[in-house]
Write a protein that binds this ligand. Structure first.
Ligand SMILES: Cc1cc2nc3c(=O)[nH]c(=O)nc-3n(C[C@H](O)[C@H](O)[C@H](O)COP(=O)(O)OP(=O)(O)OC[C@H]3O[C@@H](n4cnc5c(N)ncnc54)[C@H](O)[C@@H]3O)c2cc1C
Length: 377
C-alpha cells in the first residue's frame, strides 16, 4: 500500500485512544492546545472493549466531584463515570462506551485503524509511520498502554496457555478443572468467575499477592478482589498456591501438564489460563527513550524522554523512582504535567491551568508525598 505523506505538522500527536490518550487529549485542550491528532490502531477504548465480558473495574466509581474529589475512574476534571453510567464497577465495554462519549463530547480528533510502527525524529520533527500514512509532529505522547501487549513467553510451553487478555468471556468456558498461572487481579478475577460456575480452580503465583501487607494497590490486591475471595463459591472451589513458580507447561496429547520448579505436576484437560500481566508497548520505543534497570522508560520530571525532547509518555507505564502509576487514578495525576510542559514550550500562559489541575489532583509534581500511606499513590 502506498504511504500517504501528510505535509501538516501537528503540535502534538497522541498514540493510543484509551483512558490515557483520551484523558491527556482533554488536558491539552484545557491547556489551550488544539493543533493535535490522536491515532489508534483500532479505535477509542478498544482495549477496554476486549476485556472478558464479566470483568469489571476493581476501582469503585462514586459521584464525588460535587465535594471536590474527582471520581476515581474519571479521566477529566468535571467528569464522573459514576454519575453518567450509574455503575460502581463498570465492565470494560461500559467504560469503552464512556471513553467514546467523552471523545464525542470534546470533539477529539481521532483517526482509527492506524497502527504506528515507527517513530523517528528528523530535523526537530517527529515522523510517525503507519501502513497508510506518515504523520509529522513537534511533540509525541505515547499512550499505547499495555493491554494489547501481553506477557506470553515467560516459561517453556507458556504459548500453550490462554492469556486472560484473549478471553472473550468466562461464562461457558470448557473444562471442569482450570489451572490459572498468576494470582494478581486478573488471576483472581478469572478464578472468581469460574468458581461461580462450580469449576474447580487452582491458582499459582510466584509470590502471594493475596497475603501482601503493602497498602499500595499496585502491589497488593484490591478490596474488591479480597471481598470476592470471601464469596462462598470462591472458598469452596478455589485452591491457592502461593510462592509456586511454574517451570513449564506441556501437552501430552491428552492432558496439559503444569510443572512447578519443585517438580510437582498438575494436570488439566483444558488449556491453562495465563494471568501473567503485560510486557507493555514501550518495548517498541527502544530508539526514543533510555530505560531504567527494571525495563521501564526513563523519564524526566515532565514525563518526557531524557534523550529525545518532545517525546512524552502517559499511562500505566509511567514510573518515577519506586512510584508505579499503573491505575487510572494514579496516572491521570500526570496528564496536567505533560500538557503544561508542551503548552509552556509553545509559549502559552499556564498559571491558571496549573492551579485548576492542581486543585483536582491532576497536577502531581511533588512525588515526595507518595508512598504506601499516601492516599494519592
Ligand atoms: C482486567 C483489568 C482490570 C483493570 N481494572 C482497573 C481498575 O479497576 N481501575 C484502574 O484504574 N485501572 C484498571 N486497570 C488498568 C487500566 O485498564 C489500564 O491502566 C488502562 O487501560 C490503561 O489505559 P491506556 O490508555 O494506557 O491503555 P489502553 O486502554 O490499552 O489504550 C491504548 C490504546 O493504544 C492503541 N495502540 C496500541 N498500540 C498502538 C500502536 N502501535 N499504534 C496505534 N495505536 C496503538 C490501542 O488500540 C489502544 O486503544 C485494569 C486493567 C485490566 C487488564
Amino acid at each position: 500500500m502506498a504511504i500517504e505523506k501528510n505535509s501538516q505538522v501537528f503540535d502534538v500527536v497522541i498514540v493510543g485512544a484509551g483512558a490515557a490518550g483520551v484523558g491527556v487529549a482533554i488536558s491539552l485542550l484545557h491547556a489551550g492546545i488544539d493543533n493535535f491528532q490522536i491515532v489508534d490502531r483500532n479505535g477509542v477504548g478498544s482495549s477496554f472493549e476486549s476485556w472478558p465480558a464479566e470483568t469489571r473495574f476493581i476501582t469503585p466509581s462514586f459521584p464525588s466531584n460535587s465535594i471536590g474529589m474527582l471520581d476515581l475512574n474519571s479521566i477529566a476534571i468535571g467528569v464522573s463515570p459514576a454519575f453518567v453510567m450509574k455503575v460502581e464497577h463498570p465492565t470494560g465495554s461500559e467504560y469503552a462506551q464512556h471513553l467514546k462519549d467523552l471523545s464525542k463530547f470534546f470533539e477529539l480528533p481521532v483517526i482509527g485503524n492506524t497502527d504506528i510502527t515507527k517513530i523517528e525524529k528528523v530535523n526537530a520533527i517527529f515522523h510517525l509511520t503507519s501502513e497508510k500514512t506518515v504523520l509529522k509532529s513537534k511533540n509525541v505522547i505515547w499512550a499505547a498502554g499495555e493491554y494489547q501487549y501481553p506477557s506470553v513467553n515467560i516459561f517453556e510451553g507458556s504459548e500453550l496457555c490462554h492469556h486472560t487478555a484473549t478471553i472473550e468471556k468466562y461464562n461457558g468456558m470448557e473444562g471442569d478443572e482450570i489451572i490459572i498461572i498468576g494470582g494478581y487481579e486478573s488471576g483472581i478475577d478469572a478464578a472468581y468467575h469460574l468458581a461461580k460456575q462450580s469449576k474447580k480452580v487452582s491458582v499459582f503465583d510466584i509470590n502471594s499477592p493475596w497475603e501482601e501487607s503493602s497498602s499500595d494497590p499496585s502491589v497488593a490486591l484490591s478490596t474488591f478482589s479480597y471481598e470476592r475471595m470471601q464469596d462462598s463459591s470462591f472458598k469452596k472451589n478455589v485452591d491457592l498456591y502461593p510462592k509456586t513458580k511454574i517451570k513449564s507447561v506441556n501437552f501430552n496429547g491428552e492432558l496439559y501438564e503444569v510443572t512447578t520448579d519443585q517438580g510437582k505436576i498438575f494436570k488439566s484437560k483444558v488449556k491453562p489460563l495465563l494471568a501473567s500481566g503485560f510486557e507493555g508497548s514501550h518495548k517498541f520505543l527502544s530508539n526514543l527513550f533510555d530505560f531504567r534497570d527494571d525495563g521501564f522508560p526513563l523519564l524526566n520530571e515532565k514525563d518526557e524522554s531524557t534523550i529525545l525532547p518532545g517525546m512524552f509518555l502517559c499511562g500505566p507505564l509511567v514510573r518515577h523512582d519506586n512510584h508505579i502509576f499503573c491505575f487510572i487514578y494514579k496516572y491521570r495525576q500526570r496528564f496536567g504535567i505533560v500538557a503544561q510542559a508542551i503548552a509552556s514550550s509553545m509559549g502559552l500562559e499556564t498559571d491558571e491551568f496549573i492551579a485548576g489541575y492542581r486543585l483536582w489532583g491532576m497536577y502531581l509534581d511533588d512525588l515526595s508525598c507518595c508512598g504506601q500511606e499516601c492516599l494519592t499513590c
